[in-house]
Design a protein around this ligand. Structure first.
Ligand SMILES: Cc1ncc(COP(=O)(O)O)c(C=O)c1O
Length: 346
């Protein structure tokens, strides 16, 4: 019987240690998504992070910063408001580092994400939706209460902590450029705290890269002067202008309707065999709407922020989409068009 040595090879590859927090992720060219297009479209596969999203990088940098500045002591508690992905990453890394993690989540939080946090040993604190519907602000207020009541507790404060964009300035963007061999002409990033976008922006500026940076937001998000409205899908958008967003200067902001996020996710699944979350679907919708303005041969990069498993009961459930989303039925019936976003932005 022959044996293979794949495991040994993986363990000895430089840079690959789950205890480090994040993994460097590969990029893949998407050739089937928009078959009539002649741009070079590349996706960075951050759904391959151990906890399943780009937030694995953010979590490592936030915890490293708390340790370095001495505010988080051995065996201490970390409190954070999170709609899912940061919570899973922090829960995992707090377990590895011996901290208690308290995840403040709202009613929209994904059930699978909350169960994952609990599996890593996190305490989950669920905040009811307030009368004004602003779940994000209610969570932030609850974090302040917990910090006051739990001795020695600290927060990673993802909405304003400079260590959040640092993660992406020093890992996400340099990795992406190294994979491509050059800076892309355009980069599409989904936004919530805007940490990922701001980090990419800082790296672009520092290195003098000529990349057009497009921030993808959800319709109903308050970022960049958006009009607040109901949002049913987690991951992107924010109920208020985050501190980090004050420094964020994307070259363009695209707001995507939730039905178009679903359309983007479904196209990625069917055409590229990739199951992704709502924010990646939003990016696909934004790129589809912009394709007509791109030059042939342009290099366009996008982040796959998370995988789609946790979105099976929503984005990938026809009945949910038709029942819950404006334009949901139309979105599901347009999946055979070469570019269902060609008519312009939602
Ligand atoms: C699903 C998803 N969407 C969007 C983002 C971007 O979020 P932020 O602006 O907070 O970096 C992330 C970050 O990890 C994410 O996990």
């Amino acid at each position: 019987m022959t044996t293979t040595n794949h495991d040994a090879r993986i363990h000895t590859m430089p840079g690959l240690s789950v205890h480090e927090g994040y993994l460097p992720t590969p990029m893949t060219r998407l050739t089937r998504l928009f078959p009539d297009s002649d741009v070079g479209l590349y996706a960075k596969l951050d759904q391959l992070q151990v906890s399943g999203s780009t937030k694995e990088r953010t979590a490592k940098f936030l915890l490293d910063d708390l340790e370095r500045t001495g505010v988080l002591l051995p065996g201490g508690a970390v409190v954070e408001s999170t709609s899912g992905n940061l919570g899973m990453a922090l829960a995992r890394q707090c377990a590895l580092r011996g901290y208690t993690f308290v995840a403040v989540v709202d009613e929209r939080a994904n059930a699978a994400a909350v169960q994952t946090m609990a599996a890593f040993g996190a305490r989950v604190d669920r905040v009811p939706t307030p009368a004004d519907g602003n779940r994000l602000r209610a969570r932030v207020e609850r974090v302040a209460e917990l910090l006051a009541s739990l001795p020695g507790a600290v927060t990673t404060h993802q909405y304003g902590n400079g260590a959040n964009p640092d993660a992406h300035a020093s890992t996400t963007m340099p990795e992406l450029v190294a994979s491509l061999g050059a800076a892309p002409d355009r980069l599409y990033v989904a936004m919530s705290t805007t940490g990922t976008l701001l980090g990419c922006q800082r790296a672009i500026k520092k290195h003098g890269w000529r990349t057009r940076l497009v921030g993808v937001d959800s319709a109903g998000s308050a970022l960049f002067g958006g009009e607040v409205g109901e949002r049913k899908l987690p991951g992107l958008g924010a109920g208020f202008e985050t501190e980090l967003s004050e420094e964020a200067r994307p070259d363009a902001v695209v707001r995507v309707a939730e039905a178009d996020m679903v359309r983007g996710c479904r196209l990625l699944a069917r055409r590229e065999g990739m199951l992704t979350g709502a924010s990646t679907g939003a990016i696909v919708a934004a790129i589809g709407a912009d394709l007509a303005s791109m030059r042939p041969g342009e290099t366009v990069a996008m982040l796959v922020h998370d995988g789609g498993g946790a979105y099976l009961p929503t984005v990938y459930d026809d009945a949910w989409v038709e029942r819950e989303l404006d334009g949901g039925a139309e979105a599901l019936s347009s999946l055979d068009d070469a570019n269902p976003f060609a008519g312009g932005r939602a």
